[in-house]
Design a protein. Structure first.
Length: 95
């Protein structure tokens, strides 16, 4: 798999993770987009995997969702790619 395909897969997993976390907080795309200072449309692109948030936005999102920022590098811990609305069991971090 090439780098471009890996990034596309990662963006989709990250998007599913963002959707799962947002729904768990009963937040709307509109409210999260305002928190980030982006349009609702831009935020929906994050959730759909078309684009990904910048590092500053990831830090803001981590604080909002109450997770460590490093978790964004392991979206598979939060979102099942087969069903982006279903949370899967979170694995223990590797030490």
């Amino acid at each position: 798999m090439g780098i471009e395909s890996d990034m596309t897969a990662f963006n989709k997993d990250l998007g599913a993770m963002l959707r799962t976390l947002r729904l768990a907080k009963n937040a709307t795309q509109e409210s999260v987009s305002k928190l980030l200072g982006v349009t609702r449309s831009a935020y929906s692109y994050y959730e759909s995997g078309k684009t990904s948030p910048d590092l500053h936005s990831l830090r803001v999102l981590a604080e909002f969702f109450g997770i460590p920022p490093a978790d964004f590098f392991y979206p598979e811990l939060y979102a099942d790619p087969e069903d982006s609305g279903r949370r899967v069991q979170k694995s223990k971090p590797l030490n």
